[in-house]
Write a protein of this length. Structure first.
Length: 546
């Protein structure tokens, strides 16, 4: 059982036990006969997620709060994320306790079966760290795209006050049934408390009583952004990234908890359940400029260490509030990470510095260093091998002018090109006409690639009985090609496509379940390696601009 499910069951036990508490349904405490044992008030629960942090990163000097809590409590020394190891899939497991075959949350970017328009784009692979996209997915899949009960729903039903705060995407997924559209992409008001990057003009509206608490505490009704007052870091072509941890936004989230949410909960007299999903160290590590184009210091540089110290200070602030207000003894604190983190390689495929021989790395791009892999390298290489046209799912579409239809931007990687193109974020269509499908239409593409970083999802959208043998043959062709690529490590294949040499079945890792969201035909894991014996020296190939 993965650790996500262990945490889910621990919290589930706490919440179910709360149902026996007389005040759980809102009633007053009942008098007990002297012979009856007194019922203990259920504990409050804090689930504190440190996005993108390894167990080894918790040290006495740089993360004293986490280090201290770990020594006082239970330490899961050999924990593991689910696979594929992205933020929103792990978030869905924390929220529901179900693996991805049931929830359908296969990636941060995933094929959902229909185009989602957003301004001038009409993506088939939305990046779901986005409340508007989550609301649209909920609408399309009957009000809950995960199709499973969440811990927040269970807690609310058992009399708990609930709130979820932090990183855009996984934060709202914890209380996903409350993420609804009010029309024209506006998010509907609800009685829930969800505070993330988009809180304010474009986010999920907050209840009036909490807004009053925030105003009294001098907190803005709109979340701060991640810039720390600096320009957005650029990371391609050797330009430097950020050298500052995400402390301003993180401090806003922590203060919203200790100066508004917890005081409101305390006044209510009810037990409560809080999820704090810290963007750091993940956010700062993705953008760090300590070692652009180099593998050392990688994620061990000063910006990444500052990000870890930053999230530790947020946890300490919450713990301090609990202690100062007599809540610490009655609160269970669970600290976890959704996944670990690796330094990204765009060129080297081994500890010895061997460069990739990928076709995509032989082209020249305006925003990529020569010899380095561009975003979308898998789609570029696959389209080249299949001799099929390639289209970018995230570039503006050509439109007939009525906001419907149109065509995806073709990506040209000609042999004699001195300035080849690449998909903006890696998400691509291969084959077909590039036509944008209508809301109830299917794309005519043969292959869809959803780029997610250390693994990519590959879909074969043409399905049905008439396509069974064609898709099996296409899957074999793709797998044969992938197994020859020097950046590929492992391939998981959907069970109905057969047992192909060099692949493992998706059912082996819980990816074959009851979800109605389209399942990938295969998931490609990119190569990773260590520079030394420490997990903190891990390096991986990744297929996004991060």
């Amino acid at each position: 059982m993965v650790l996500r499910q262990v945490f889910h069951r621990v919290i589930l036990l706490c919440l179910v036990c709360a149902a026996a508490w007389p005040e759980a349904a809102g009633g007053a405490p009942q008098e007990h006969a002297s012979s009856a044992p007194a019922r203990r008030r259920p504990h409050n629960i804090v689930l504190f997620i440190t996005d993108g942090m390894r167990h080894e990163s918790v040290t006495a000097d740089n993360s004293p709060a986490m280090f201290s809590l770990r020594r006082q409590g239970v330490d899961f020394a050999n924990s593991h994320s689910i696979y594929p190891t992205f933020t929103t899939p792990n978030a869905s497991v924390f929220a529901t306790g179900h693996l991805l075959g049931d929830t359908g949350d296969f990636g941060n970017a995933l094929y959902v079966g229909h185009a989602m328009r957003n301004g001038k784009t009409a993506t088939l692979t939305p990046f779901i760290e986005n409340d508007s996209f989550l609301a649209r997915l909920n609408h399309f899949f009957g009000g809950n795209y995960l199709q499973e009960e969440t811990l927040m729903d269970l807690a609310r039903r058992n009399g708990y006050a609930v709130a979820t705060v932090g990183k855009l995407g996984p934060t709202a997924i914890q209380d996903v049934t409350q993420v609804k559209s009010a029309g024209d992409d506006a998010l509907a008001p609800c009685a829930c408390i969800i505070i993330d990057d988009s809180t304010g003009l474009h986010g999920i509206p907050l209840p009036e009583n909490l807004l009053h608490e925030m105003k009294a505490a001098g907190l803005s009704a709109a979340a701060l952004d991640r810039s720390n007052g600096q320009p957005e870091p650029k990371q391609n072509n050797g330009r430097s990234g950020t050298l500052a941890a995400n402390w301003m936004q993180q401090q806003y989230f922590a203060s919203a908890v200790t100066e508004a949410i917890l005081p409101e909960f305390k006044k209510s007299g009810r037990p409560w359940f809080l999820v704090f999903w810290s963007r750091d160290p993940d956010g700062s590590q993705h953008s760090q400029g300590d070692s652009m184009g180099r593998l050392v210091p990688g994620i061990n540089g000063p910006t990444s260490r500052a990000a870890i110290h930053n999230v530790d200070a947020n946890l300490w602030q919450i713990v301090d509030y609990l202690k100062d207000n007599g809540l610490f003894a009655d609160t269970d604190i669970i600290v976890a990470a959704d996944h670990g983190f690796s330094t990204i390689s765009r060129r080297e495929i081994s500890r010895g510095g061997t460069p990739t021989a990928s076709f995509a790395a032989t082209r020249l791009y305006a925003d990529v260093q020569e010899g380095f892999l561009p975003p979308g390298f898998l789609a570029i290489d696959l389209a080249h091998a299949l001799q099929q046209p390639l289209y970018d799912l995230d570039a503006p579409v050509s439109s007939p002018g009525n906001g419907k239809g149109g065509f995806y931007h073709p990506v040209h990687v000609a042999k004699d090109s001195r300035r080849a193109q690449h998909p903006v974020y890696g998400n691509s269509l291969i084959g077909g006409t590039g036509r944008v499908p209508g809301e109830n239409d299917k794309t005519d593409a043969e292959v869809i690639v959803a780029a997610n970083g250390g693994s990519d999802l590959i879909y074969l959208p043409q399905d049905g009985p008439a396509r069974t043998e064609i898709n099996k043959k296409l899957a074999r062709t793709i797998c044969d090609f992938l197994l020859q690529q020097d950046y590929v490590d492992g391939i998981f294949l959907r069970d109905d496509l057969g047992d192909l040499p060099g692949t493992l079945p998706m059912s082996a890792i819980g990816l074959m379940g009851a979800t109605r969201i389209p399942k990938p035909a295969m998931i490609v894991n990119f190569k990773s390696f260590s520079l030394n014996e420490s997990l903190l020296s891990r390096v991986e190939i990744a297929d996004t601009p991060l």
